[in-house]
Design a protein around this ligand. Structure first.
Ligand code: PRP
Ligand code: HPA
Ligand code: MG
Length: 194
């Protein structure tokens, strides 16, 4: 296990078993449809690569790069689009593939944006669903695992762009990020200075 990991939450085997199940469900649900898997860069790359191969249907892959976490464990609250889709989606059934839903801000923003492009249908598949009070409530049509409210890395998920290549999902040791300036800490220290 990597020295910065406190605990392995989901092993490679657990991930692959669940992805095979999700692939079967999606294969059943989208039979006969023009399906577009829309992966969110960068975090969802390992998941979409494995999931696409577990779906036994013709499908298209495209990606949007969106980011809101920067180098922090807290969402900045501002979702930035770094790369958009290549073409229109009005003739396609779009399934958004996310690695994790945490505050809900990223997905809320994406759904709002994509709905305005009139896809035939728009659904969400997220590998992880963090158990916490969402800032934005979002629908999740398919998900792999519910996880506790801890900052996790691996299998695509990063902290400050690192750990994405770990083959498992693990809880990051808080000592790795305890010095970071979170919005709460900045607010508190500003209040203390007054
Ligand atoms: O529900 P939320 O609180 O919005 O968090 C979920 C999003 O945050 C992460 O992306 P990030 O902004 O870190 O970009 P990345 O995929 O490039 O790491 C993650 O990959 C999800 O897309
Ligand atoms: O727990 C997390 N880990 C990594 N990236 C994230 N983005 C939202 N939540 C997380
Ligand atoms: Mg990230």
């Amino acid at each position: 296990m990597h020295q910065d990991i406190e605990e392995i939450l989901l092993s490679e085997e657990q991930l692959q078993e669940k992805i095979a199940d999700l692939g079967k469900q999606i294969t059943r649900d989208y039979a006969g449809d023009h399906l577009l898997l829309l992966g969110t860069l960068k975090g969802a790359v390992p998941f979409i690569a494995d999931l696409a191969r577990a779906i036994e249907l013709p499908l298209e892959l495209d990606y949007m790069a969106v980011a809101s976490y920067g180098n922090s464990t807290q969402s900045s609250g501002i979702v930035r689009i770094i790369k958009d889709l290549e073409g229109p989606i009005d003739q396609k059934h779009v399934l958004i593939i996310e690695d994790i839903i945490d505050s809900g801000l990223t997905l809320h923003y994406l759904i709002d944006l994509l709905k305005r492009r009139n896809p035939l249908s728009l659904k969400v598949c997220s590998l992880l669903n963090k158990e916490r009070l969402r800032i934005k409530d979002v629908p999740i049509d398919y998900y792999g695992f519910t996880i506790p409210d801890k900052f996790v890395v691996g299998y695509g998920l990063d902290y400050a762009q690192l750990y994405r290549n770990l083959p498992y999902i693990g809880i990051l040791k808080p000592s790795v990020y305890s010095e970071e300036a979170t919005p709460e800490k900045t607010h508190k220290s500003m209040a203390e200075q007054k």
